[in-house]
Design a protein. Structure first.
Length: 203
């Protein structure tokens, strides 16, 4: 009860929440951003990283996010209030507490994440120095830390989504997202933004 009251006071003080789309890389965060954009929610994206074979529908990224850990000046996040921005799970701990955050956290089978990442690296002529077993350990550790942070900090409210469920039942999951965000989003348009053919790496 005290925790809920604290959140209400935070909302009154800090205003509209920033909508965070988060999860591991290659877990479906770009898909969620596309859904929100189609549904009518303004998104923060600089457009510098264009669509490619790995993300044919676009990445919806902002380069400033990559410097969250190094740059002490995070005032630019003020412009994200009331909008959606993609921030991978590892960087959630770098977000300043002077905002409210509504987090759409997507989880995907880790074997699929690993396969998708391997294919992306191969297309770029790169490879990971870590074994698959080590990468799975790192993924699991990152997810555990993110879940702990999101549960313990009052600035975060979280809705967890499963990548496979969003692909299989996009309208139902889009409805959950819209209800959680409390916005008049176009659920049908959100569902229509999901392309099941892009679920190419299946466990």
């Amino acid at each position: 009860m005290a925790f809920d009251l604290w959140r209400l006071l935070r909302r009154a003080r800090y205003g509209k929440p920033i909508v965070l789309v988060s999860g591991l890389p290659r877990s479906g965060t770009s898909m969620l951003m596309k859904m929100l954009d189609a549904g009518g929610l303004a998104v923060v994206s600089d457009g510098l990283r264009s669509a490619d074979e790995d993300n044919p529908r676009g990445y919806f990224e902002d380069e400033r996010v990559k410097n969250l850990a190094q740059d002490p000046d995070k005032r630019w996040l003020h412009e994200a209030r009331g909008r959606a921005i993609k921030i991978i799970s590892y960087l959630l701990k770098e977000l300043p507490p002077q905002h409210n955050y509504k987090v759409l956290f997507v989880r995907r089978d880790l074997r699929e994440v690993l396969a998708s990442q391997a294919k992306m690296l191969a297309r770029r002529g790169e490879r990971s120095d870590a074994s698959d077993e080590r990468m799975l350990e790192l993924f699991e550790g990152d997810l555990w830390k993110a879940a702990y942070l999101l549960k313990r900090r009052p600035q975060f409210e979280v809705l967890e989504l499963r990548y496979a469920e969003v692909v299989a039942e996009p309208e139902e999951q889009a409805r959950r997202m819209a209800a959680f965000l409390g916005r008049g989003l176009d659920v049908a348009a959100m569902a229509g933004a999901v392309d099941p053919s892009l679920h190419r790496n299946r466990a």
